[in-house]
Design a protein around this ligand. Structure first.
Ligand SMILES: [Zn+2]
Length: 212
């Protein structure tokens, strides 16, 4: 079977599994667990628009999770069907940022591509953050200034309360001589951000805001 689960969908299912598991451990009320089982099943099935019967069977197993062992087994089975963010090589990454002379490329061997919805890294010395992501199917690079905040806050991409910073890009509109600045608070640690990401909606919005 081909991979059919995106990293953000996997994260969402994982969160739902954890919620179901904690209900099992905190209550003996059959009605409550039954109800949550069907809600959980519905929520995870709803993530997908065209599941085959085999795929549906895998996803539906979520409702059978009753203890930690079930959860580990279920999630590791799911993981086999997660498709990786297409691994990038140094050349491709450099090609995304043609104007940057000395681009600091992250160490690519240590990246777990299957956990990524986007690739983000910091050039701390230069106070820059780089993002490689897909916009309408095309791989694009976004470079911005990154100023870490003193306090934690809500990230515009993953919507979680994290260590964040202000990411600012400047856009040059062809119709105007001036450039426009766009900024938003996002996670300092982009790997963590990816782990938090349970939908591509806010990532897509962010990318649109920063590039248009
Ligand atoms: Zn984040």
């Amino acid at each position: 079977m081909e991979s059919f689960i995106r990293a953000d969908q996997y994260n969402f299912i994982k969160e739902q599994t954890t919620t179901l598991l904690s209900t099992h451990t905190s209550t003996n009320d059959q009605a409550v667990t039954q109800a949550l089982k069907s809600i959980t099943r519905e929520k995870v099935i709803d993530l997908f628009s065209d599941l085959s019967d085999d795929q549906k069977e895998i996803i539906e197993q979520v409702q059978e999770v009753k203890d930690e062992t079930d959860a580990i087994f279920f999630l590791s089975r799911l993981k086999q069907h997660v498709f990786a963010f297409h691994p990038l090589n140094e050349e491709t990454i450099k090609g995304l940022f043609p104007k940057v002379k000395k681009l600091q490329v992250p160490s690519l061997e240590s990246i777990e591509w299957s956990t990524l919805s986007y690739l983000g890294w910091n050039d701390t010395g230069a106070n820059q953050k780089y993002i490689a992501a897909y916009k309408n199917g095309d791989l694009i690079g976004i470079r911005g200034d990154f100023k870490p905040s003193r306090q934690s806050g809500i990230c515009a991409i993953c919507k979680e309360h994290e260590e964040v910073g202000m990411f600012t890009t400047s856009l040059k509109k062809s119709t105007s001589a001036n450039s426009i600045s766009r900024g938003n608070y996002i996670c300092k640690d982009s790997n963590r951000c990816n782990e938090n990401l349970k939908s591509l909606h806010s990532l897509d919005n962010f990318i649109e805001l920063m590039t248009e």
